[in-house]
Ligand binder design. Structure first.
Ligand code: ZN
Length: 192
């Protein structure tokens, strides 16, 4: 969050200080949220903070994370590029590690934070579609589950639930931002 400030053109010192302080204040609470929901994780600070923000701001996102927490799944969210220029994707591979089933979500972070959060929520819904079936432990099983959930009209593995959840979360994030609940940068820029 602070890194983002550094990448911008200099602003008046007092305003910059205000933004930095305002941005730092929710971080402690976010850190607690992140610790409280270890089954949805990111090794990247920006995404981990975004997950913490979404957990605080979106009731739908919170419900989704609670549902995943009730499974034996762990979902890692990482920045990157998906095939076919998709804005986000659930990697069609499942890894079994001891009692855990591990999934990966990839998101293109070059977009506004509300849209990005909606995209993460969309993919977490797909993750939940897999994790809600305890017997799915192979990539093949994962494929058939997602195929079974699919709307079947676009030729892609897409579910009505994931589309709706993504839109709902994005709307809830935008409502929170408009209400001025917290000061957030308009666009997230990830140094590459
Ligand atoms: Zn989808």
């Amino acid at each position: 969050m602070v890194q983002w400030i550094r990448t911008r053109r200099p602003v008046r010192a007092s305003r910059a200080a205000l933004i930095v302080v305002a941005s730092l204040l929710p971080s402690a609470a976010q850190a607690q949220n992140i610790q409280a929901m270890p089954r949805v994780r990111s090794g990247e600070t920006m995404i981990a903070q975004l997950i913490g923000d979404a957990h605080a701001a979106s009731v739908t996102f919170r419900g989704l994370v609670a549902a995943i927490d009730a499974t034996n799944g762990i979902v890692y969210v990482e920045s990157g590029q998906c095939r076919h220029r998709a804005r986000a994707c659930l990697v069609h591979s499942i890894q079994v590690a001891g009692p855990h089933r591990i999934l990966r979500v990839i998101v293109n972070t070059r977009r506004d934070r509300e849209g990005l959060t909606g995209a993460i929520g969309h993919e977490l819904q797909h993750a939940m579609e897999v994790l809600s079936e305890p017997g799915i432990t192979t990539s093949q099983g994962m494929f058939f589950r997602l195929f079974g959930m699919s709307m079947g009209i676009t030729g892609q593995l897409e579910s009505k639930e994931a589309v709706e959840v993504g839109i709902q979360i994005e709307n809830e994030m935008r409502t929170t931002t408009r209400a001025g609940v917290r000061i957030t940068p308009p666009t997230i820029r990830v140094p590459r």
